[in-house]
Design a protein around this ligand. Sequence first.
Ligand SMILES: Nc1nc(=O)c2c([nH]1)NC[C@@H]1CN(c3ccc(C(=O)N[C@@H](CCC(=O)O)C(=O)O)cc3)C=[N+]21
Length: 280
Amino acid sequence: MTARIIDGKAVAAALRATLAQRIGGLGYAPGLRVVRVGDDPASGVYVRNKDRAAQQAGFNSATIQLPEDTSEAALLAVVAELNADPAVDGILVQLPLPPQIRADAVIQAIDPAKDVDGFHATNAGRLAIGQPGLVPCTPKGVMHLLAAAGASPRGARAVVLGRSNIVGKPMAALLLAADATVTVVHSRTQNLAAECRRAEILVAAVGRPEMVRGDWVAEGATVIDVGINRLPDGRLVGDVAFAEAARHAGAITPVPGGVGPMTIACLLENTLDAAVARRG
Ligand SMILES: Nc1nc(=O)c2c([nH]1)NC[C@@H]1CN(c3ccc(C(=O)N[C@@H](CCC(=O)O)C(=O)O)cc3)C=[N+]21
């Protein structure tokens, strides 16, 4: 079998077009503020792509760049200001943060109604108990991609590789809410390959370049690669060895051009949803 390639760029463009249309009917531009402390290279491309996509779709979007040596107190003051600003609907503080700042203290200081990353404990808790809230962008984007690929989670065996708070855990919660039979596997799991081979839907989110080999993939499985890893030679690869996996999968996302563009589109979707919830 050779896999169909799931075009995340196209699915993201379609989603952004529907957002632009919704914004056209609002009578105001939803406000997004991204706060970046220092210049971690992992977030550079992201910030640029996000700003462009946001402007094009009709958001009032800006990045607030702070110096690398910003104190936690100074960052909390910026967050408080954005919480209080009625023109701001969505706040995203770029991770990772420098070592003098406790990321968790900052995340929990964001108004949950403006927490478009969905990382606040209130939103994480809502997701866990099936209440409406803001859902983390990357796992939300994966759900859109599964729908676009025609891979219904209902009743399917789904395996999530990775257990982070930003991808693995919310991914498992979303798949469970969509009636999949969900297994979460991680670095301490015995016989990872065999567990992954049981998956009809395999989501790889470990941050280890090309860890998932071809023989970890069941014939016909849908493989979603969340990893974006820069190799020493400059190449960008996922957590899945793409060429090998594509020989077994029924459908697979590429890197780049898979999940990454969906993360950005879902950030915008969350910002629009947050705006409508706050201002109608
Ligand atoms: N609070 C917070 N929330 C985040 O969601 C967050 C963050 N901090 N810090 C940095 C990471 C990284 N991230 C990316 C999202 C999309 C692409 C993306 O669109 N990538 C394209 C292009 C990649 C390229 O060409 O380099 C692709 O995969 O096709 C990349 C990286 C979100 N992050």
